[in-house]
Ligand binder design. Structure first.
Ligand SMILES: [Mg+2]
Length: 169
């Protein structure tokens, strides 16, 4: 379908915690899929996330992040779980206006010599409040709602490969 960039939300999209900004630094690695905060509260990747990120990377697609969070918290998790290298210009900002962060991402990629049309972008988030504003700001990106359009993370890869008739954008 010609997708060149996949933008992921973090909380309740990549992992099972709903607001990692509410956790207390420093974080520590628990295992390959999970970290714990200073009080022992765990954040665990959803099953398949690591494998799907690796597969998308291997297919040569770009990936980035649009997260409404404190950047220190999200980047600590990426670093501890070895995910940082997957994301190009990840955007983690402590406000809900993802249309701004995604518009800025488009501009930065264009400045990097990577102009993208919205039809070449898939945006994955568990919350619908961002979808309409993002589409108004940058155009008709493809959208998947985590937990609604898919429940198994591997379905994101199936969607990219045009193999999942249950999902429509
Ligand atoms: Mg979320």
């Amino acid at each position: 379908m010609g997708i060149r960039l996949v933008i992921f939300d973090c909380d309740l999209t990549l992992w099972d915690h709903r607001n990692v900004s509410g956790l207390r630094l420093p974080f520590r690695k628990v295992d390959a899929e999970a970290v714990a905060d200073a009080d022992g509260v765990q954040v665990r990747l959803f099953p398949g996330v690591r494998e799907v990120l690796a597969a998308i990377h291997d297919q040569g697609l770009l990936m980035s992040v649009a997260s409404w969070n404190q950047p220190e918290h999200v980047f600590a998790i990426f670093d501890l779980l070895g995910l940082s290298g997957y994301f190009t210009r990840p955007k983690v900002e402590p406000h809900p206006y993802k249309e701004r962060t995604i518009a800025a991402l488009f501009q930065e990629l264009r400045a990097d010599g990577l102009p993208l049309r919205p039809e070449e972008v898939l945006y994955v988030d568990d919350r619908t409040l961002h979808f309409e504003r993002v589409r108004e700001a940058v155009g008709p990106v493809h959208i998947l709602q985590a937990g609604v359009d898919f429940t198994q993370f591997a379905d994101v890869l199936a969607y990219l490969n045009g193999q999942n008739p249950r999902i429509v954008s």
